[in-house]
Write a protein of this length. Structure first.
Ligand code: 13P
Length: 249
């Protein structure tokens, strides 16, 4: 059965002292749900976070990586480097990476390949912008994002892929997709996977929703049959709020 997952994407927030303080708060929380829990601090804080949480069931994951193994890529971090500090899962394709750092489907396909070749899991993000939603093009956009970056993979790769649908218009805006909009899109994503890889694989892939998930709306969004969890931005920066979401399953 596919897993329920709640992942906190801290984005470019929290220096070392703030990270340590949030980690201390997270360790005090009690989990009452069966969801897998992940947090993604900035690169500089991955190792201290990994050390602090290794005796807990909170997994520390990265927000990005480069596709090359090593070399002349100033400012970049490779999968091997992540693995060397205990990181086994990486977020790829976040809309902020696509928008501000020009990450294309082609680059993302290479990053996905590099992460999977390292035996890492990938949280692969995609989602339409407001204009696409207004013109009712959201399904075409999402289908292309998934096809272009993932459909060269063989079926076995999907054991290590988690999908995260994040409509760009709902990220950090306070405006969430309605639970019905999320369910409709997640069902469409699963159907797209089933058409290419068959229903068995499509049923096993976890599809997370991201975009202004808060303690007040998490339960209703997570109650939808094709929503298997959340990728949480702002609300993951507060331990009480984050665990209220984790425990909303
Ligand atoms: P918010 O929860 O702040 O809208 O961010 C969502 C997100 O981008 C998670 O990756």
């Amino acid at each position: 059965m596919r897993k329920n997952i709640v992942a906190g994407n801290w984005k470019m927030n929290n220096d070392l002292a703030q990270t340590e303080s949030l980690l201390t708060d997270l360790k005090k929380q009690t989990q009452t749900s069966i969801a897998e829990v992940m947090i993604a601090p900035a690169f500089t804080n991955l190792y201290p976070a990994f050390q602090a949480l290794k005796s807990t069931n909170i997994e520390v994951i990265a927000q990005n990586m480069h596709f090359a193994e090593n070399g002349a890529y100033t400012g970049e971090v490779s999968g091997s480097m992540l693995k060397s500090v205990g990181i086994e899962t990486v977020i790829l394709g976040h809309s902020e990476r696509r928008e501000y750092f020009n990450e294309t489907d082609e680059i993302l396909a290479k990053k996905v390949d590099a992460a999977l070749a390292k035996g890492m899991r990938v949280v692969f993000c995609f989602g339409e912008v407001l204009e696409d939603r207004k013109s009712n093009n959201q399904e075409k956009i999402v289908e292309n994002q998934i096809k272009n970056a993932l459909f060269h993979l063989g079926p076995a790769a999907f054991q290590n892929i988690i999908l995260a649908y994040e409509p760009v218009w709902a990220i950090g805006t306070g405006e969430t997709a309605s639970p019905e909009q999320a369910q409709d899109m997640h069902a469409f994503i699963r159907k797209t996977l089933a058409t290419k890889y068959g229903a068995d694989i499509a049923e096993e892939v976890s599809i997370l929703y991201g975009g202004s998930v808060k303690p007040a709306n998490a339960e209703e969004i997570f109650s939808k049959p094709d929503v298997d969890g959340g990728l949480i931005g702002g609300a993951s920066l507060n331990a009480d709020d984050f665990f209220a979401i984790v425990n909303a399953f």
